[in-house]
Design a protein around this ligand. Structure first.
Ligand code: C2E
Ligand code: MG
Ligand code: MG
Length: 701
């Protein structure tokens, strides 16, 4: 709207300007015309000049009349002369003066006038007497002069009047135009003023609004500014925090590098640093044609300690081991920890096999020294696998793999020893890998079965219990011994599924035998891993309920390592199992730990003496002392004892002589299939090992 009005205003102003200009032009011309009126002094001078001329002509003429032919008075002639002279001068001045020139220009015939004067002069101013003709002629000359003057004046006055009229018309026109244009300019000016006034009002309104908006905007800007300031402050704080975090990041980076290169627990080299140093050693050995040995070390039974004594004790043990390993090394050797209980040692520039054997032996010795951790004395050992550059490989990967294989072999061969890598081991290692895969498949397909080995009561010669032992025949039909695949299953976490299957199958079988009227207890091996889940009681309880087996007819075999730690949860589970009526036996008793304090803490019924003590019982007096000791300890603690692995009569006799109550071994029966065991049970008469002294209720075994 305003824009439209502004356009109109502009158009009007644009119109106004030429109007004013035109009006001024018109006024200019009017002024010019009027000024001609004012400044026409020459005309007045002309008129006056001509009037004076006429007057002088008239007086001269009159003076002539009075002086000629007869002078009226004495002075008439003089008077005439005076006036004639004046006239003479006037006519002369017409030719010579300024006004005269204008008059001549306007058509006054000065030549004739002069001729007339000269004629008069020539007639009058001679000495001869003047004739009337001459006087007449003079009079005529005067009359001519007068007529010429009149004619000139008439013509000139007419002209003058015409000019004046034209001038008036022109002035009128200019005046009218000026008036019209001025009026128009006035109207236009007023219109512009009106619009200006209105626009001004609007502009003032707009200005007020604008000012209000500006003030609001300023306020908003101020607020924004404050916000910005606040933000800047906050940013500054954030920036500070960033700087701090950057510093922390730098520190963390350094720590990360440190952690990357060094094992945070033991401060030994990490796998990365190890790999770097190993490669450096190999490069140098290649150049200098020397040998490098790699020792791969794994603590024996560390998992048991860690799981049972707790992780912090496990950590302390690892730190301690690291210190001990380092003690056995030279300055240029590198010890590293690969995680868990795996260590590696690089021995560069070795002088010979002896050198490696000495270092390995020293490490084994150092590690085997008892450790005092968490108030307990702990005995640990390690198994070391050794590979040598360049004999066993050219690169770190191959050498590490081969040392690892050798280490496994050392473990297999009874642990607490070192073993050099041989090509034969690689084949075995491959077999182990193959076994791992096959085991996974077997667990998936439940490809196992159970065999049962009787336990005989020495007094009665009766089979009072049976131990369920798992069997696995792989896809190629090869029997894989449990001592091989159970630790593997424990490592891989498969033992839970296997254990559940064993428990269920054995309980079902025992329940069947219970229904058949066979009075025996089913003894089942449980892995320590099954206790770590804290639901073993529920599993046993549900299995018993599902199979209908009486709890008194179930016995579970656990290893010493499970009881080594004062773990309240394990204790609770064992208490619950015991309260259910299930028997608890310690399997492989004597192979584990020196401390026997756990026997008091846990609800144990039976000890199963490990077969390693039984095997050379008759020949090894140390072992027979140990067995005797176990038997008397069991007696004092009111525990039952089963001797495992009784293979010959000599062993049986020896055990009988020491009042061992229960026997298990090939002497009586190998583990049998369920059906074979049933027939064996039903057909066999009691094993009379000795004269039965008393008959005990065996259901508590
Ligand atoms: P274990 O529980 O101590 O079982 C006794 C082992 O000694 C059995 O070996 C048995 O066949 C063997 N044996 C019995 N009498 C004699 C004998 O007179 N002479 C000799 N040399 N050996 C005898 P097996 O069946 O190979 O089992 C080995 C180990 O595997 C078992 O030792 C047990 O720790 C574990 N195991 C077996 N079955 C299971 C199972 O179902 N679950 C768990 N967790 N472990 C099992
Ligand atoms: Mg057993
Ligand atoms: Mg055993």
């Amino acid at each position: 709207m305003i824009r439209r009005k502004s356009k109109i205003q502009l158009s009007i102003t644009a119109l106004l300007l030429p109007v004013i200009v035109l009006s001024m032009v018109s006024s200019f011309f009017l002024f010019k015309e009027v000024s001609t009126l004012k400044s026409d002094k020459s005309k007045v001078d002309q008129i006056l000049f001509m009037r004076q001329y006429e007057y002088e002509l008239l007086r001269t003429n009159n003076a002539f009349s009075e002086a000629y032919p007869i002078p009226q008075t004495i002075n008439s002639r003089a008077d005439f002369d005076k006036w004639f002279n004046v006239l003479w001068s006037r006519v002369q001045s017409i030719h010579l003066g300024k006004i005269g020139k204008i008059i001549i220009k306007e058509g006054f015939n000065a030549v004739d006038a002069k001729k007339s004067i000269e004629t008069i002069d020539s007639i009058l101013y001679t000495k001869e007497a003047k004739t009337p003709q001459q006087l007449m002629r003079v009079r005529n000359q005067f009359n001519q002069l007068t007529s010429a003057s009149h004619a000139f004046q008439q013509v000139r006055d007419a002209l003058y009047q015409e000019t004046q009229l034209n001038k008036q018309n022109t002035i009128y026109n200019y005046y009218r135009n000026s008036f019209f244009l001025s009026s128009l300019a006035l109207i236009l000016g007023l219109t512009v003023l009106f619009f200006l006034y209105r626009n001004n009002n609007k502009l003032l309104n707009m200005q007020a609004k604008l000012e209000e908006r500006v003030s609001k905007r300023t306020q908003a800007l101020r607020e924004k500014n404050q916000l910005l300031n606040k933000e800047i402050q906050e940013r500054y704080i954030v920036e500070q925090a960033l700087v701090k975090s950057q510093q922390e990041t730098e520190l963390a980076k350094e720590q990360a590098i440190q952690q990357l290169n060094y094992d945070p627990l033991t401060q030994l080299a990490s796998r990365i640093l190890f790999s770097d140093r190993f490669n450096q050693s190999l490069i140098r050995a290649r150049r200098e044609r020397t040998k490098v040995a790699l020792l791969f070390l794994d603590l024996d039974r560390f998992k048991y300690i860690n799981d049972t004594l707790g992780h912090s004790t496990g950590d302390s043990l690892l730190k301690n081991c690291a210190i001990r390993i380092n003690r056995c090394l030279r300055a240029g050797d590198t010890a590293a920890r690969f995680g868990g209980d795996e260590f590696a040692v690089i021995l560069p520039e070795i002088s010979g096999i002896n050198h490696i054997e000495q270092v390995s032996q020293r490490i084994l010795h150092e590690l085997s020294l008892p450790m005092e951790l968490s108030g307990q004395q702990i005995n640990i050992s390690a198994s070391i696998g050794i590979s040598i550059f360049p004999e066993d490989g050219n690169d770190d990967e191959t050498l590490t793999r081969k040392a690892d294989i050798a280490m496994y072999k050392a473990k297999e061969q009874g642990k607490n020893r070192f073993q050099f890598f041989t090509e034969q081991m690689e084949t075995e290692s491959n077999r182990r890998r193959h076994l791992e895969n096959a085991l996974q498949l077997a667990v998936k397909d439940q490809d196992f079965n159970l065999v049962y080995q009787p336990i005989i009561e020495s007094n009665t010669g009766k089979i009072i219990a049976v131990e369920a032992l798992i069997r696995w025949q792989d896809q190629q039909g090869e029997q894989i011994p449990p001592s091989l695949f159970i630790p593997l299953a424990e490592e891989q976490g498969l033992i839970i599924k296997i254990g559940d299957w064993v428990l269920k199958t054995a309980c079902q079988q025992a329940s069947q035998w219970q229904q058949m009227g066979l009075d025996i207890v089913m003894s089942i091996n449980l892995s320590y891993k099954q206790f770590q889940r804290n639901d073993i009681f529920n599993t046993i309880y549900t299995t018993l309920a599902d199979t209908g087996l009486e709890p008194q007819r179930l016995s579970i075999e656990i290893t010493e390592s499970l009881l080594m730690v004062d773990d309240i949860k394990i204790k609770q589970q064992l208490e619950l199992i015991k309260n259910l009526g299930v028997c608890l036996s310690i399997d492989d008793f004597g192979t584990g730990y020196s401390s026997l304090s756990y026997l008091n803490r846990f609800p144990i019924h039976t000890l199963k003496i490990d077969k390693s003590f039984i095997q050379d019982l008759a020949i090894n007096s140390e072992n027979s002392d140990l067995v005797k000791g176990i038997l008397s300890l069991a007696e004092s603690l009111n525990l039952k004892v089963i001797a495992e692995g009784v293979e010959n009569q000599r062993q049986a006799d020896c055990l009988l002589a020491n009042n061992c109550q229960y026997f298990q071994g090939f002497l009586y029966s190998k583990p049998l299939e369920a059906k074979a065991f049933e027939q064996f049970m039903l057909s066999e008469s009691p094993f009379f090992l000795n004269a039965p002294a008393s008959v005990e209720n065996h259901s508590s075994l």
